[in-house]
Ligand binder design. Sequence first.
Ligand SMILES: [Zn+2]
Length: 221
Amino acid sequence: MASSDRRRPRAQGARIQTPIDGEPDVGSGSDREHEAKPGAGPVLDAAGRLRDATQVPSPNCDERPAGVTIDLLVVHSISLPPQVYGGNEIIDLFLNRLDPAGHPFFASLLGLRVSAHFLIRRDGGLVQFVPCAKRAWHAGVSNFQGRERCNDFSIGVELEGSDADRFEMAQYRRLAQLTHALRRRYPLDHIAGHAEIAPGRKTDPGPFFDWARYRSAITRR
Ligand SMILES: [Zn+2]
């Protein structure tokens, strides 16, 4: 996502009431997974929906090209407003209902139709916007090892974060667990940050994403 590319001062954006506001924690139901036995992770349904994720369907997706192999996982980071965590603005953006008047930064996002397959909140809560069988609109103009239009063959995971903050341990745990679950279904031979597939245009997940920690966690399993 573009939002993490922009440096803005910390600010409190207006909180937009959504049905999710009524829940104490978008991912609260899945925290128990942290105690699950190794290998007893969450399961994908036929369309690539993770049963243990909170499902918030986004219209910003379409069909993947016929016969494509989903072999790339793209790691992103996003926060709205930048460096402000815990609100519903990311969800609102992916559902095309972000209030442009809610924060000065939001005007720059007006008309943007984007999504990711997953969002991992700061507390490790997991939200799914697009089933993995469909093409989410997360990578934009991109190129991975000579292959363009990475949305065609990738799964996009957003971490709630920014280029200026460390990520939470709960996020690394969830990302590793999610990667493990996805690899049971899809031959995800490659993992890349958004910055790697859109150099010069994107910087996420940013310098604070600990690739060594993540790669170690997914190798151990
Ligand atoms: Zn991104």
